[in-house]
Design a protein around this ligand. Structure first.
Ligand code: ADP
Length: 225
């Protein structure tokens, strides 16, 4: 589904954030991208979501070069991927339901469809009773669940998260990871960048590890294994 082919990313300040990185993720996989701060995890995510393009090498999604996409094709690709950030990035002037509905409204879906989809997704993430609440009145864990609801309401093929538990306490972090696991069990590919050792250890999933921009490990196991 997703392939990095000898990807190098050098930022304009000369910093090499990824150095000749290659890996392949199959449809339906659950993968952690790990490594200490500055290792290159966020850069890998930014390349996947096409916020950045590689200096050399290619990123392929279902055989198509993501780094070469433009216009309509890029917009269509972005609809195939759902994104969750550490700081949630919710719209503060909109309610929970409006935050989740927003992306469907933008894509021109009819009201009846949007209502049904939002109800369904809010139930799924356990936030039906908070549908009319504003983000500022929610706990961190609830805000992250809204962000996940928003990311999956469009039924993306791949869900990507950058440090999704970074701002959460242990109990909320664990709930969020269980939610990712559930979404993965329905067939959505899940890629999570994290340095949360406890969560990686407890899930025993595939781990891709970066050190100084280099891929130094790619196998199933705990964080340090
Ligand atoms: P991680 O997510 O693992 O902490 P990053 O991908 O954010 O790692 O960073 C990898 C390296 O690239 C670091 O040395 C960082 O300072 C550098 N870097 C990240 N983003 C930029 C940028 N926009 N411009 C210049 N250097 C950057």
């Amino acid at each position: 589904m997703l392939t990095f082919q000898q990807v190098t990313k050098k930022y304009s300040n000369g910093r090499v954030a990824l150095d000749n990185v290659s890996f392949h993720i199959d449809e339906g996989e659950f993968v952690f991208l790990v490594g200490s701060s500055g290792a290159g995890k966020s850069t890998a995510i930014r390349l996947i979501i096409r916020q950045e393009t590689p200096t050399s090498g290619d990123i392929l999604f279902e055989g198509i070069k993501v780094n070469k996409l433009k216009g309509d094709k890029l917009a269509r690709y972005r609809r195939d991927i759902g994104i969750v950030f550490q700081d949630f990035k919710l719209l503060s002037a909109r309610t929970v339901a409006e935050n989740v509905a927003f992306v469907l409204e933008v894509s021109g879906k009819p009201y009846s469809f949007i209502k049904k989809a939002v109800d369904y997704i809010l139930d799924l993430v356990g936030l039906s009773d908070k549908r009319n609440a504003f983000p500022a009145t929610l706990s961190g864990g609830e805000q992250q669940r809204v962000a996940i609801a928003r990311a999956i309401v469009t039924e993306p093929k791949m869900l990507i998260a950058d440090e999704p538990t970074g701002n959460l306490d242990r109990s909320n972090a664990w709930d969020i990871i269980q939610l990712f696991n559930k979404i993965n069990n329905w067939g959505t590919t899940v890629v999570i960048a994290t340095h949360d050792t406890e969560i990686v250890d407890s899930l025993n999933k595939r781990v891709i590890r970066f050190e100084n921009g280099r891929l130094v490990r790619d196998n199933v196991g705990g964080y340090h294994f």
